[in-house]
Write a protein of this length. Sequence first.
Length: 58
Amino acid sequence: MTDQTEDTRREPARARALFSTADFKLLRTALASHAKTTEDREELARINALHHRLGTYS
């Protein structure tokens, strides 16, 4: 049996959040503004879906 060092037995560090709650609010505001100016129905559908998904995090 091989000796394990303390480093190999430790759990990996917990991942840190990439965005803050304020970031999600800012992204949602930017998407809403962009949605008002776009005329592409497919892009608008994608914007609305992303806007909705971002809302679940803030």
